[in-house]
Ligand binder design. Structure first.
Ligand code: FAD
Length: 326
């Protein structure tokens, strides 16, 4: 069973925090997580609705186009759902991704993000390979880029192997690397000859202490070190974070290393309010790309977003108590 880690309760906006107490924080997160998971689904949907485009494909396509027209924002679209247990479900995801690629045909401001587990990775790797190849062939015919989302550490080898296996035939693909995992530095070195287009993030999955950093300040320092390694190697990097202090460090490093908008972009989740720093990045000529999830399987995703947002988690608890008193 996968567990996800939430951000700390508070975060200085302009300065990287020093290393914190991971044990105490972990306990608070587990308590908060338990409360959030007791909130009834309709309340979760009402509170976390801004994190998803909707349940239908048309809603996602319309939102992506409106955000680009109104604010010059780019998108990466995700069909909600992961870790399926039945080949028929994998076929449904493949059909949905194929359809959204068609709907986004000719659209330079949106690509797709895929969780390989939704295509059958955990169920049967051969099935996943067939589904993935079908999707990549379709995306390539439309000139579209496909990002492979990264799930927990049990899938890292397999996901990077799929990337290596397909990148020769389908160059417009890219993996995600998570700075919290100790292995990531080695992955960066091993992937270096391929010069992958990487999305770099701290990672959302709570991982065992033996294989991962446990406190966010260390994960963020490592993220910046990994970014420097990839930039030294001449790679394009999509830095995925909402932390303004980290983004400012990225800008400073870019200036120092002579990196331009041709070398990187900033990615954030739909619904996390960051318009000022987004505007600042756009003034530097950078792309801001939002992760735009949609689909019927919204519940687990919305729960994660509530857990990830301290303010929303407090509201969830208030709503839960009111709901129980009825
Ligand atoms: P944090 O310290 O966690 O957050 C900084 C501040 O941002 C918080 O204090 C809070 O104010 C705000 N914030 C953060 N998250 C939320 C939220 N959900 N709601 C409201 N406010 C919030 N992880 C993976 O493991 N695999 C992936 O493939 C992956 N893809 C991602 C793609 C994108 C575009 C983004 C933005 C994130 C992705 N992540 C992925 C998750 C990511 O690694 C982090 O868990 C998440 O972005 C929070 O980390 P942070 O760097 O923003 O720092």
């Amino acid at each position: 069973m996968r567990t996800v880690q939430s951000p700390p309760a508070s975060e200085p906006a302009t300065q990287l925090p020093s290393a914190a107490e991971p044990t105490e924080r972990g306990l608070l997160q587990r308590i908060k997580s338990r409360f959030v998971r007791m909130v009834p689904p309709p309340v979760v949907r009402a509170m976390a609705g801004r994190y998803i485009a909707g349940e239908r494909r048309e809603e996602a396509v319309s939102l992506v186009n409106r955000m680009h027209a109104a604010r010059g924002l780019y998108s990466t679209v995700d069909v909600l759902g992961e870790d399926i247990r039945d080949p028929a479900e994998a076929a449904e995801f493949l059909a949905e991704y194929t359809a959204i690629l068609d709907d986004l045909a000719g659209c330079a401001h949106a690509n797709i993000s895929v969780k390989l587990s939704a295509l059958g990775q955990v169920l049967d790797e051969d099935l996943c390979a067939r589904n993935l190849e079908s999707l990549l062939r379709h995306a390539a015919a439309l000139g579209q880029f496909v990002r492979f989302d990264m799930e927990d550490h049990t899938t890292t080898d397999s996901t990077l192997d799929f990337y290596r296996r397909f990148v020769g035939r389908y160059p417009r693909i890219g993996p995600v690397l998570q700075s919290r995992l100790h292995r990531t530095e080695r992955d960066v070195r091993e992937l270096a000859p391929l010069k992958p287009n990487v999305r770099l993030c701290i990672g959302i999955y709570r991982e065992p202490a033996e294989i991962a950093l446990l406190d966010k300040p260390s994960m963020k320092r490592r993220l910046l070190e990994l970014l420097e390694m990839m930039w030294d190697n001449g790679q394009y990097v999509a830095v995925a974070t909402h932390d303004e202090a980290v983004i400012r460090r990225v800008f400073a490093m870019a200036d120092r290393m002579g990196k331009t908008p041709a070398d990187y972009e900033i990615q954030m989740l739909l619904g996390v309010p960051r318009s000022a720093i987004q505007k600042e990045a756009q003034e530097r000529g950078l792309k801001i790309r939002l992760y735009v999830p949609y689909g019927r399987h919204w519940y687990a995703y919305c729960l994660r977003r509530l857990e990830g947002n301290p303010e929303m988690a407090r509201m969830a608890l208030g709503n839960l108590l009111r709901w129980r008193r009825r």
